[in-house]
Design a binder for this molecule. Sequence first.
Ligand code: NAI
Ligand code: ISE
Length: 334
Amino acid sequence: MLKIGVIGCGAIGKEHIKRLMYLVPGAQVVACADFYPEAAQKTAAMFQVPTVYQTGEELIGASEVEAVVITSADDSHFAYTLAAVKLGKQVFCEKPLALTASECEEIIAEEVKQGRRLVQVGFMRRYDPGYAKMKEIIDSGELGAPLMIHACHRNVFQSEGFQTEMGITNVAIHELDICRWLLGDEYKKAQVLKVKQSGRSTKGYDNPQIVLLETEDGSRIDVELQVCDAYGYDIQCQVVCEKGTINLPDPASVIMRAEARCSTELLTDWAKRFIEAYDIELADWVNAVEKGELTGPSSWDGYAACVAADALNRSRGTETFLPIEMIEKPGLYQ
Ligand SMILES: NC(=O)C1=CN([C@@H]2O[C@H](COP(=O)(O)OP(=O)(O)OC[C@H]3O[C@@H](n4cnc5c(N)ncnc54)[C@H](O)[C@@H]3O)[C@@H](O)[C@H]2O)C=CC1
Ligand SMILES: O=C1[C@@H](O)[C@H](O)[C@@H](O)[C@H](O)[C@H]1O
């Protein structure tokens, strides 16, 4: 049984604790912590977690905690991941791995020093059956080479304190990972555009934005980003190949016919959209930790997404594509 400590008892923290306690074989949540200790207490009571630590650092250092799941706010991921890796503990860190590429480099350096993979990043879309099937078709070569990707990430709501840059580091980070994974390619150039703004969005941050990327192999990617106030939570992805296109399937939904209309319901947030993917990713992580062979999204993948995110945020307002330069890939991640 893998003994896990979870830092961050908010929306996804609670979901992951529930999964690890009641769904994933071989896992047990033995401790939790939150910036607000009462949030941790409440969550512990809800899911029978035996110990609550006052801080994330105490939880990481606790002797009974063998592996750490980080589901606290984006700006806390770097320090917690680094602290756990320094102790040689396994980490599952929700996306993003850090807020900047240079922070990811520090994590990579420490992991390389430890001599084995200790980090998996929560890029759960890789475990979604729809994206997985798309990758299988691309890799089979059946449709020829992939030429471009058109993607959309549309949200209804973001919490207080959201900022324009977070459109990239918190929201588009999923596309920055999934597109390079689908294509098996790295990014060469990136640009973000502030386009005509939605009159529905009056929160003081850019909405919508368009992310443009070019890969080493010359494939082009465009991502329409509506961080809030969209008609629903809607994730779209189309890969255009030489001989045909591949589209991400929508989640299953019944078709209702009534009052001279035919309709299907849409989701309004992320929680249910990739529910199967979250289940599979955590089961895969626990199993891989037990076997000592991590294969899921690595620190390198977290870094690659952050390098692109850095370039995108630097490009805002410059009207130019910025080059993307990565450090040499350590052997650990080959
Ligand atoms: N893979 C995915 O699809 C998703 C990933 N996420 C990621 O998961 C993380 C949490 O997101 P949500 O649960 O939606 O946020 P949330 O705001 O509902 O929960 C975050 C929790 O972490 C706590 N927290 C914040 N800073 C902390 C710190 N320094 N130390 C300890 N606790 C701290 C907060 O008090 C709160 O209880 C974020 O990094 C987010 O990007 C969130 C939703 C979906
Ligand atoms: O990771 C997530 C949230 O943090 C983010 O705010 C949403 O926009 C994403 O769709 C969701 O998957």
